[in-house]
Design a binder for this molecule. Structure first.
Ligand SMILES: NC(=O)c1ccc[n+]([C@@H]2O[C@H](COP(=O)([O-])OP(=O)(O)OC[C@H]3O[C@@H](n4cnc5c(N)ncnc54)[C@H](OP(=O)(O)O)[C@@H]3O)[C@@H](O)[C@H]2O)c1
Length: 360
């Protein structure tokens, strides 16, 4: 697998690399980020290896992340059109201004103009709704985004961190009106955060959304520098801010280390390969604060986990999902399939069925 083994995103013709370069760390505004020079080196490394998809947001390092990307491409004419640049709106960068953020028409249009200025480009390839704005009607958000597609300012749209039911409402509203639907979903997903498997990922598969998992290393907990025996290896302020792994997390990290050792790769590479191989995942958002971390993460492209290795990791990280996930996984097939094998799922005959033929 390589960065130039492109895949289409959701129900669209947009082709992206299997790993998207996450630029949340670019810029030093928060005290733990990546310098301009090192951010540029990471972009260059990614593009040299055939990568074509970069993800940022208006709020990342207060706009500095977008500016670093914009300046890099502005200095290299002709390259910008060859990449897929995604950025996000929702975060309010204007203290005290109620329309400085959110998902209403006034704020979306202004946020896009500001992002285009920082990115030094005429259009954004994927414009992501960063979070759910419970105050804005979803039809207003989707209609505004469709207008921006028509105006040529955005090519595609994506949804991030929404409840599944709201994402479905967005998709069906867009389709019913003939507006551009979203083609991607960003959600937290890793060996230490698998609850997206309950609603979000099946929803995405059903509604034409390619999944871009974020924090695939759980902000670094799965990178190999945290283990039960090397606890406290906190490099940055950011790691300090998000706390440390729990005892249960360490159980997963133990198993990950064993699998990584077996294959002879880093835990980070094995953890990223696990995410990449999961159903529904199109392009994993790879974050790194330093170039050496980024290179180590790209090595995950050469890792293919066997079915047995995936099974061991799945078992160790089994999530506890909200109702009705377990009901649908275990009970529904035995009730509904009558003991037959359907779509590869073999089910026992339900104990409620007392005879093999209908009696009444
Ligand atoms: N839509 C959303 O709401 C949302 C939310 C979060 C992120 N995102 C996107 O997802 C991308 C990735 O998220 P993330 O940065 O949280 O991903 P992550 O891979 O879980 O965490 C990245 C952090 O882990 C550490 N790390 C990464 N690779 C390492 C390695 N090989 N060895 C040691 N440490 C390593 C670094 O932190 P330290 O060196 O500081 O320890 C790095 O900053 C972001 O850039 C952004 O584009 C989206």
């Amino acid at each position: 697998m390589s960065l130039d083994s492109y895949v289409t995103l959701g129900r669209s013709g947009l082709r992206v690399s299997p790993l998207t370069l996450g630029a949340m760390t670019f810029g030093e505004d928060h005290g733990w980020g990546t310098s301009v020079e090192e951010s540029e080196a990471i972009i260059a490394e990614y593009l040299d290896r055939g990568g074509n998809s970069i993800d940022t947001a208006n709020i990342y390092t207060n706009g500095h992340s977008e500016k670093i990307i914009g300046d890099w491409f502005a200095a290299r004419p002709g390259l910008r059109d060859r990449v897929v640049i995604g950025t996000k709106f929702f975060a309010n960068l204007f203290e005290g201004d109620p329309n400085g953020g959110g998902a209403g028409r006034k704020s979306i249009v202004a946020a896009l103009e500001n992002s285009l200025r920082r990115l030094r480009t005429d259009y954004v390839d994927i414009y992501w709704l960063h979070n759910w704005d419970r105050t804005a009607p979803i039809e207003e958000t989707m209609r505004t985004l469709d207008d921006l597609v028509t105006a040529g300012k955005i090519r595609y749209l994506g949804l991030s961190d929404l409840p599944a039911w709201k994402a479905v409402e967005a998709q069906l509203t867009a389709r019913a009106h003939g507006w551009a639907p979203a083609i991607g979903l960003q959600a937290e997903y890793s060996l230490l955060e698998r609850t997206s498997e309950g609603e979000l990922i099946p929803m995405a598969q059903e509604h034409g959304l390619g999944v871009l998992p974020w924090s695939p290393l759980k902000s670094g907990f799965l990178s190999g520098k945290y283990s039960r025996h090397r606890a406290g290896a906190v490099d940055t302020l950011r790691s300090g801010l998000v706390g440390g792994p729990s005892e249960k997390d360490y159980d997963v990290i133990d198993v990950l280390e064993k699998v990584a050792q077996e294959i002879g790769v880093t835990p980070a590479a094995a953890a990223l390969a696990w995410v990449r191989q999961r159903p529904g995942v199109t392009s994993t958002l790879v974050g790194a604060r330093r170039l050496d971390q980024f290179r180590a993460n790209l090595a995950s492209l050469d890792v293919h986990l066997s079915d047995a290795q995936v099974a061991v990791l799945n078992e160790a990280s089994e999530p506890s999902l909200n109702f009705p996930a377990e009901n649908n996984r275990l009970l529904a097939p035995s009730l509904g399939f009558g003991g037959a094998s359907v779509d590869g799922v073999r089910s026992p005959v339900s104990p409620l069925l007392t005879a093999s033929s209908v009696r009444y």
